[in-house]
Design a protein around this ligand. Structure first.
Ligand code: CTP
Ligand code: MG
Length: 267
């Protein structure tokens, strides 16, 4: 246990409540292969506008003054490469600490490994996909602000453009057969969720302790695990530039956003 725990134990014994741990850290799961993007190096290590996606995602977190530590969860066989990329593309003038840990077989497992690397004095955790390299700092800040305001779990999200259908599970092996529609949820009540998702650290730790050993793909989103704990989750406005780079067409969009920023900022 750290000195801090000793100090707060003593404070509790003396009847003084322990100071809340309010340091904010970001965990960046970056251990995926990027199968839907196509063959090549792991998705997070691919360059966009000359800069690796992961480096852009780290910078997007350190752009927020609230974030003082970033934990990058690297592909298990790509830890050294991630470290050398972070050296090659330093965080100009920023003193945020960046730590690299190896990831796991699913996103959920990778996030769990990132959480284990957090020091005791972190009270708020952001979990941010490396695959969302272009999230604006205002979105990051509004998530942090909502957690600081007392919400234990905060998700940035946008209304949907497309209507969504629910379909029956496929029973046959024929993946090309038409699927049966079983319902149409009311679009106005649906939200497409993004990252960074922000959490009271103890709440997210508890969710991972409870559901972290799920089989299969595991949770595709961290707030979903917190919902299963019965803890309320709230949505704040997301941003269209916080989209996830998933398929080849997303690379075209990402390059266009970067080109537009360069034209607007003059660099
Ligand atoms: N991720 C991770 N560990 C895994 C799988 C995913 O850290 N075992 C991360 C990815 O690196 C990504 C984020 O979770 O930053 C969101 O996942 P996704 O967009 O699905 O990325 P990939 O899993 O890499 O892509 P695909 O599913 O197409 O293989
Ligand atoms: Mg995936």
């Amino acid at each position: 246990m750290s000195d801090r725990a000793t100090v707060s134990d003593r404070a509790e014994r003396s009847g003084v409540p322990a100071a809340p741990a309010t340091r904010t850290a970001a965990v960046i799961p970056a251990a995926g292969r990027g199968v839907r993007l196509g063959p090549g190096v792991p998705k997070a290590l691919r360059a966009l506008g000359g800069t690796p996606m992961l480096v852009r995602a780290v910078r997007a977190m350190t752009a927020s003054r609230a974030v003082s530590l970033v934990v990058v969860v690297a592909p298990p066989d790509g830890e050294a490469e991630v470290r050398s990329l972070l050296d090659e593309f330093p965080l100009a003038g920023d003193r945020t600490e960046v730590v690299v840990v190896p990831g796991g077989a699913t996103r959920q497992e990778s996030v769990g490994l990132g959480l284990k690397a957090l020091p005791d004095d972190v009270g708020i955790v952001l979990v941010h996909d490396a695959a969302r390299p272009l999230v604006p700092v205002d979105t990051v800040d509004s998530v942090v602000a909502a957690v600081r305001a007392g919400h234990p779990a905060v998700v940035p999200a946008l209304p949907l453009a497309d209507t969504v259908k629910r379909v029956a599970p496929r029973d046959g092996a024929d993946a090309t057969a038409p699927e049966t529609v079983t319902g149409t949820p009311e679009r106005a009540l649906l939200r497409a969720v993004q990252t960074p998702q922000g959490f009271d650290r103890r709440t997210l730790d508890a969710a991972h302790a409870e559901f972290g050993k799920a089989v299969g793909e595991g949770a595709t989103d961290d707030a979903g695990m917190v919902e299963r704990l019965g803890v309320p989750v709230v949505v704040v406005p997301g941003h269209e530039e916080a989209f996830k780079v998933t398929r080849p067409l997303d690379l075209v969009l990402a390059e266009a956003v970067i080109a537009r920023r360069r034209a607007n900022d003059g660099f």
